[in-house]
Design a protein around this ligand. Structure first.
Ligand code: DCP
Ligand code: MG
Length: 409
């Protein structure tokens, strides 16, 4: 569910039972590009070039595209009492993402607020963004609404083949280098990353010219590192991570929870072992970790702590489910809840209609909110959607009258 703030770890970083072939080993029998006589083996962990793209102040940017009069003014996007994001003018005035509306207004009295509770236009822009990247390569994986991974290994290889080896010394690197490290254009991995930075700059230029969007990019040899490095310079900039900068980047994360793939629950279990920093996790004896977390998770998160991630970029394709949610905080009677559910359903049906595919199943999920201010106890019930109801979706008839008598609650 969008914006549900779960502790679930992203799929792209979950350990794969039995080991996944990944792209490295799929490519192992493939071309082995060489530069200046040195070789980057297709099975090497440095073989891939991955770009992570993250749009700048996404919801606020979409609002400014829809209403250019908002440009240049501090702008916040409000959902209920929270300002979920704000543009960089507002950030320069001390406003931060996810501040309460009250605090944001205190920091910046001239802040303009727009309501961002209807996600329709953000979703639409999000899919346009992914579709644009897919014009360059099918290897695009969505991560949330405003982030994508793109595996550009093959694009880089093709371009390098087109260049004469002697001309590699003329390749320039686009954007920043993490820690301002020196690029060695005799090093085949540096050459590939420099070429990757050129491709990333082209992707960003296309995003801007075709959709009016700006964003940040990170270029590295795996997904984890590309995501971690992409926000080094914000907004609208890009950064390359050379292999020599990996340790510094990982050590810059002061808490294990800053490693994508280590969620709240895992961090809590690590804390019971006295492990809070990335360095603690790196140096913890494997046997101790394995005793607490099991060998698969232990090995996986220890690899992550070193910046190692061989998970492939998995093309996302069309979403397998459409969902909507609400906190129901403003509802105080059953009638109000029913009305809210009808609103959610109407919006979902609109999206289904635009999507064009026929749904099979409907699922209702509830989470209770405890007096101690914590969400807990997620419960779901689902049932097949009766065929006569499915038939009517897309006919413009909004009175679907979905009978839920065969759903047990
Ligand atoms: N979002 C949300 N609720 C949150 C966090 C984010 O609804 N608790 C939405 C609003 C953001 C969008 O998700 O615009 C993307 O989140 P990011 O963390 O990437 O933040 P932004 O894109 O807004 O800003 P940045 O420029 O820092 O990437
Ligand atoms: Mg963003």
């Amino acid at each position: 569910m969008e914006g549900s703030g779960d502790d679930e770890e992203p799929d792209w970083l979950l350990p794969e039972p039995g080991g996944s072939p990944g792209r490295d080993s799929l490519a192992a029998g493939g071309r082995v590009p060489s530069c200046h006589g040195k070789v980057v083996s297709a099975g090497s962990s440095l073989h891939r070039i991955i770009v992570h793209l993250d749009l700048d102040c996404f919801y606020a940017q979409v609002e400014m595209i829809c209403n250019p009069e908002l440009r240049g003014r501090p702008l916040g996007v409000q959902q209920k009492y929270l300002m979920v994001t704000c543009n960089y003018e507002a950030r320069n005035a001390g406003v931060k993402k996810c501040m309460s509306v009250k605090e944001a207004k205190e920091k910046c009295p001239e802040l303009v607020l727009v309501n961002g509770e209807d996600l329709t236009k953000y979703r639409e822009m999000s899919y346009k963004f992914t579709a644009l990247l897919e014009e360059f390569t099918p290897l695009v994986e969505r991560l949330g609404l405003d982030e994508n991974f793109v595996d550009i290994t093959e694009m880089v290889e093709i371009r390098l083949e087109q260049w004469k080896k002697d001309a590699f010394s003329k390749i320039s690197l686009s954007g920043h280098v993490y820690n301002n490290q020196t690029v060695d254009l005799h090093d085949p991995v540096h050459i590939r990353l420099a070429m990757g930075s050129q491709v990333a700059a082209e992707l960003r230029a296309a995003m801007h010219s075709r959709l009016g969007l700006t964003g940040c990019a990170g270029v590295a040899t795996n997904k984890l590192l590309s995501k971690l490095v992409s926000g080094t310079f914000k907004p609208n900039q890009q950064t390359v991570l050379l292999p020599e900068g990996r340790q510094d980047l990982m050590n810059s994360l002061d808490n294990v929870m800053k490693v994508p793939g280590i969620g709240y629950k895992t961090a809590k279990r690590l804390a019971t072992l006295g492990l809070t920093t990335v360095r603690d996790l790196q140096t913890c004896p494997a046997a101790i970790l394995e005793r607490e977390l099991g060998s698969s998770v232990a090995q996986h998160i220890q690899k992550l702590s070193w910046g190692e991630d061989d998970s492939p970029v998995s093309p996302s394709g069309l979403p397998q489910s459409l969902s909507d949610e609400d906190s129901f905080r403003k509802c105080s009677s059953e009638a109000e809840v029913k009305k809210k559910i009808e609103e959610l359903l109407a919006s979902l049906l609109d999206r289904l209609y635009k999507d064009g595919r026929k749904p099979h199943t409907i699922r209702l999920t509830i989470r209770q909110f405890s007096p101690t201010n914590k969400w807990f106890n997620r419960e779901s019930r689902q049932c097949p959607i009766p065929s006569h109801v499915v038939q009517r979706i897309g006919t413009g008839n909004r009175r679907y009258g979905c009978r839920t008598s065969n759903c047990r609650r």
